[in-house]
Design a protein around this ligand. Structure first.
Ligand code: CU
Length: 84
């Protein structure tokens, strides 16, 4: 699982994500925008290491962080809210 698994951000924000892998040997992970387009390309995350990825939250709606090894339970959502 990802913890936290739900975050909200504002449209146009740059999301800087730092992930530390506690459990599981490896996780093939990526992030998609609300239209299913990859905004962070697939990479392998290994246990005991820290990874940094970032993307711009251009579209309103759910961005999904997915791990193919442990789908569908290992997923997280960044819900992008309209900028006021
Ligand atoms: Cu995983």
């Amino acid at each position: 699982m990802f913890n936290p698994a739900f975050m909200t951000v504002r449209q146009g924000d740059k999301v800087d994500l730092t992930v530390f892998v506690v459990n599981g040997d490896k996780h093939e992970s990526w992030i998609t925008d609300p239209d299913g387009r990859e905004v962070v390309t697939k990479t392998i995350w290994n246990r005991g290491r820290e990874y940094k990825v970032s993307f711009i939250a251009e579209k309103v709606g759910p961005y999904q962080l997915i791990c193919s090894e442990h789908a569908p339970t290992m997923a997280a959502t960044f819900l992008v809210l309209p900028r006021k």
